[in-house]
Design a protein around this ligand. Sequence first.
Ligand code: AMP
Length: 483
Amino acid sequence: MTQSFSELNLAPALARAVAEMGYETMTPIQAQAIPQVLTGRDVMGAAQTGTGKTAAFSLPLLQRLLKHENASTSPARHPVRALVLLPTRELADQVAEQVKLYAKYTQLRSTVVFGGIDMKPQTAELKKGVEVLVATPGRLLDHIEAKNCVLNQVEYVVLDEADRMLDIGFLPDLQRILSYLPKQRTTLLFSATFSPEIKRLANSYLQDPITVEVARSNATASTVEQHFYRVDDDDKRATLRQILRERDLKQAFVFVNSKLGCARLARSLERDGLNTTALHGDKSQDERLKALDAFKQGTVDLLVCTDVAARGLDIKDVPAVFNFDIPFNAEDYVHRIGRTGRAGASGLAVSFVSARDTRLVADIEKLLGKKLEIEALELEADRRPAGRFNDGQRAWQRGDEPAGREQPVREARAPRPPAAPRAPRAPADPLFDQPYEAKASGDAPPAWETAQRSAAPRSVSPNIKTRRKVPALFKAPSPAEGG
Ligand code: AMP
């Protein structure tokens, strides 16, 4: 199998862009998919995010479109030739950015359209003409209805994160969009998992596809250390703080199941003095991008998020993922913990299992095909008011506990398993080197490590909208869906 980009005979303009990105060796999904797409085959790819699948479809697609490259200013000479559909705005933005980089030395044009922002600038771009259009389904339909783009010359369509698109309920939108496309085309479908629904979708819209698979579907990366702890709802926050401290974690994703829960938890953790931001579908596009950026830059330590907002995001080296809530959909467990331990790096995934989660855990066991051990975790007697837990000393150590106040009672729980040693880092992996760098250890430590902390709770961070009216969080349909 081809391993090096140089063996692909990519056009010099593309080869140059790839070289500039610093890629020499193809990732497994690239090595399998690129040669197939170059021959015009339909491909069904099972690949977890972070495997390099964007380049796996973008590069061969651009190579095949080069025959249409031209410098004309006439929009008619730049019809949409390739359509890439993704479930969320962030993913669309991320993929569009990559496509732009790969196409940078060609005259092929690309743009991205997604919901939640003004249509006008997108319309202007579309009217100028673009060969590669990256879009979320809802907004694309808006543009089609407004006659801002015509899709009758599309040669390639990519359904990326297809399982997620179906989960979100985009199937009718996808069916409509696909009905506008020429029958003669190459269709590529990428999905982290191949559910029966995905297979049905593929049967309907792909012709004799070749299947490429880089990880067993529904597999979790072996580099992720997974723990399931039995935790009562009321103890979840304290448990989270305890594990952050014990494991000396610099940053983490904390997943919750609802937008409202997400906003609330982020606020509570902020009040606990943790440097937190929230990412969910009721945040504006701008807020969501800012939250992500803050996490990537290391200016926030905890990103509390919902599934829709966080799926597939290319943030590498997230040291830990917490399932504050067990996901309703077992496949989301795989996606959530896929945020850590990416590209060979080690990671930690901790799930809090409350009494009512038995069925959800059973679903995960079924999906992973193994029995999960639900461990007990002894909670330290550190249940003091917000903002005070992390001042380097326990209250009973400092003797400043108010007279007469009872020491918190330790609950009778099984002894806490010793904190496992941090797994050694995996050998250098080019995938792992860029673009995200976790906070350097020399940087300001995260809140849970800070020795001196004011006893007063910190004011809520600007990342969290305190004045948002609660009913606004129940808006339907979810704008997170990019449409
Ligand atoms: P993706 O799975 O497409 O989201 O890609 C994950 C990350 O891998 C992106 O940051 C890419 O820039 C990077 N990447 C893609 N292909 C390669 C490669 N062959 N070598 C190193 N990094 C890559």
